[in-house]
Write a protein of this length. Structure first.
Length: 464
C-alpha cells in the first residue's frame, strides 16, 4: 500500500490554479458556475458543466487534494479491498476536467445577496450560479473520549474516516473473544446501512477464523428499528436472528473509555428496550440534561459511526434550513428555496432521502437539466423531477448483498427483475466489482445519472 492520504486532515492553502487575484476580498472574476465541495456531487456537476461551458467558467472550491470514493471504505474495513489509488481515492487534479478551475481552499462564508463565497485564505469567489455540495460533517469529537480511543486503542475503529478505516480490518483480525459492538448515532448519517454492513462482515470473518463462538456481536442503534425501509428491515431482521447478532435499539453512544475498554450508551425514549445479554450495567445519568439512563458495555472491538450534522458553514448561513441546518432546497428541483441562482446536491441538503452516492447520481440528472435551463435564463421553467431515489447495497457477507433501492416514502424502486430483498451473489459482485467502475468512469466524469433507464427498460420488458 502506498502513502494513504488522510481524510479531513487537509490544511487550507493558497490557490494552485486560480487564474486571478482575489486579494482583499475583491472579486476580480465572476465564474458562471461555482461549486463548493469536490466530492461525489461536486465533481459530477463540475465535470458535466466544465466541458459544456468552456475554459475557466466553472470553479470548484475544495480544500482536500484527494477525492475519495467512500463506499469503498466498507470493503476496506472488511478486508476485501485495500485503500489504494484508483480504488478508494484519486488526486483532485486527476478527476477534475482541465477546463475547470480548482480553488484549493475552504469555503468559510456564503454571501448569497452579493453572489459570492468567502474562503479561508480571504478570497471572495463570485458566481452567476452556485452549487453547494459540501457533504455531511462528521463529528467524532461529539462523543466523549472517542477521538482519543480512535488514536490510542487498536480495537476502536470507524469506516467513516479514511484514517480510521485502516484500523477496522486489523481490529477484526486481532479480536480474540468478548463483545464486538457496532454503533449508529442519534443524528442523520450518510449511508445508513454502512454501520451494520461492517457488522455482517465481521461476523463472517470471525466465522472463517473459527472465533465466532467466542464473540457476542451487537448492533447498538439509536433507531427503533434495524433499517428504515420495511421491506429490507424484515430481511435484515431474519439475517440478524439466524446469525445470532444482537439488536439493541434506542441506544446512543455518548462516551468511550478506552483504558477500561468501556462504551457508554444513553437509552433514548422508546417503546422497545435493549435486550442486553452483555456485561452492561444501568445507572441514572444525572449530568444528562434529558435525565436519560445509561448503560456501560465492555468492548473488545468497537466500530463507531460518528454523530453527523449539516456543515457548520451552511448551518450559520442564510442558506440553511432553520430546522435542520442543512441547505434548504426544493426536494424535487434542488433549487434553493430563497435564492434562485443557488442549488444543492447530496448529503449537505435537506432533501428528505437517505444520503448516498446513489442519491447524488439521480439528483445530478435533475440538477443538470435545471442548471442548463438556469444558465439559459429560463429559471421559470425548472423541472421538479427528483423522486427521492436512493440505494444502499447492504453487504451481508463476503459474497452476499441485499440491494435496497427506494424513494422518498420508503417504497422500493428496484432496478433488477428479481426480488432484491433476498441476499444475492450477483448484487454483491455489482457492489464490489462493478460499482467502483461506474463511480470512477461514470459518476465522477459526469456521465452516470443513476439506474432509472435500466429500471424503466426492465419494467417495460416485464409488462410485455
Ligand atoms: P462528499 O462526497 O462527502 O463530498 C463533500 C466534499 O465537500 C468533500 O470533498 C469535502 O472535502 C468538501 N468540503 C467540506 N467542507 C468544505 C468547505 N468548507 N469548503 C469546500 N469544500 C468542503 N453511498 C452509496 O451510494 N453506496 C454505498 O454503498 C455507500 N457506502 C458508504 C460507506 C461509507 C463507510 C461511507 C462513509 C459512505 C458511503 N456512502 C455510500 C455515502 C456516499 O459516500 C456519500 O453519500 C456521498 O459521497 C455524498 O456525496 P457529497 O458530494 O454530498 O459529499
Ligand atoms: C449508484 O448509482 C451509486 O452511485 C454511483 C452507488 O454508489 C456507489 C451505489 O452504491 C448504487 C447501488 C447505485 C445504484 C446503481 C445500480 C446499478 C442499482
Amino acid at each position: 500500500m502506498g502513502v494513504v492520504p488522510v481524510y479531513g486532515a487537509e490544511e487550507t492553502s493558497s490557490a494552485v490554479q486560480a487564474p486571478h487575484d482575489y486579494t482583499n476580498c475583491v472579486p476580480a472574476y465572476t465564474y458562471k458556475l461555482v461549486i463548493v465541495g469536490g466530492g461525489s456531487g461536486g465533481m459530477t456537476m463540475a465535470n458535466k458543466f466544465a466541458s459544456k461551458l468552456g475554459k475557466n467558467q466553472v470553479a470548484v472550491i475544495e480544500p482536500s487534494h484527494v477525492h475519495y470514493y467512500q463506499p469503498y471504505f466498507t470493503l476496506v474495513g472488511g478486508g476485501i479491498k485495500k485503500l489504494c489509488h484508483g480504488g478508494s481515492h484519486k488526486e483532485m487534479s486527476e478527476v477534475l476536467d482541465k477546463n475547470a478551475i480548482w480553488i484549493h481552499d475552504k469555503a468559510v462564508e456564503f454571501q448569497p445577496e452579493a453572489n459570492q463565497v468567502l474562503t479561508a485564505s480571504g478570497r471572495a469567489v463570485s458566481y452567476d450560479f452556485l452549487v453547494v455540495a459540501m457533504g455531511i460533517q462528521t463529528n467524532f469529537d461529539a462523543v466523549d473520549g472517542l477521538l482519543e480511543a480512535l488514536e490510542q486503542d487498536p480495537q476502536v475503529c470507524s469506516n467513516y474516516h479514511a484514517k480510521y478505516v485502516s484500523k477496522t480490518y486489523p481490529a477484526i483480525r486481532n479480536f480474540e473473544k468478548g463483545n464486538a459492538i457496532f454503533t449508529f448515532p442519534n443524528t442523520p448519517v450518510k449511508c445508513a446501512g454502512a454501520p451494520q454492513k461492517i457488522m455482517y462482515l465481521t461476523d463472517w470473518r470471525l466465522t472463517q477464523m473459527k472465533k465466532r463462538h467466542l464473540a457476542t456481536i451487537m448492533y447498538n442503534t439509536s433507531l427503533p428499528v434495524v433499517f428504515g425501509v420495511k421491506k429490507y428491515a424484515a430481511e435484515l431482521t431474519k439475517v440478524m436472528q439466524s446469525r445470532h447478532l444482537e439488536l439493541n435499539t434506542r441506544l446512543n453512544l455518548i462516551r468511550v473509555d478506552h483504558r477500561r475498554r468501556e462504551a457508554v450508551f444513553e437509552h433514548l425514549p422508546s417503546p422497545s428496550s435493549p435486550s442486553s445479554s452483555s456485561s452492561s450495567s444501568s445507572s441514572s445519568n444525572d449530568d444528562n440534561q434529558h435525565q436519560l439512563t445509561s448503560s456501560v458495555f465492555k468492548y473488545d472491538l468497537l466500530h463507531v459511526c460518528p454523530p453527523q450534522s449539516a456543515p457548520e458553514v451552511i448551518r450559520r448561513s442564510r442558506l440553511a434550513d432553520p430546522l435542520t441546518g442543512f441547505l434548504q432546497v426544493d426536494k424535487y428541483s434542488l433549487q434553493h428555496v430563497k435564492y434562485g441562482n443557488v442549488f444543492g446536491i447530496g448529503d449537505c441538503t435537506n432533501v428528505p432521502t437517505s444520503k448516498t452516492a446513489a442519491a447524488v447520481a439521480s439528483q445530478s440528472k435533475t440538477l443538470r437539466k435545471n442548471l442548463d435551463l438556469a444558465l439559459k435564463g429560463k429559471l421559470d421553467k425548472l423541472g421538479k423531477t427528483y423522486d427521492g431515489y436512493t440505494s444502499c447495497p447492504l453487504v451481508i457477507g463476503y459474497d452476499k448483498c441485499i440491494l435496497a433501492e427506494f424513494d422518498f416514502d420508503g417504497n422500493p424502486m428496484e432496478t433488477f427483475p428479481v426480488d432484491q430483498g433476498q441476499p444475492r451473489t450477483s448484487m454483491y459482485l455489482m457492489k464490489s466489482e462493478l460499482m467502483p467502475v461506474i463511480y470512477w468512469q461514470g459518476l465522477v466524469k459526469g456521465y452516470w445519472e443513476g439506474p432509472s433507464f435500466f429500471r424503466n427498460t426492465m419494467k417495460a420488458l416485464r409488462l410485455k
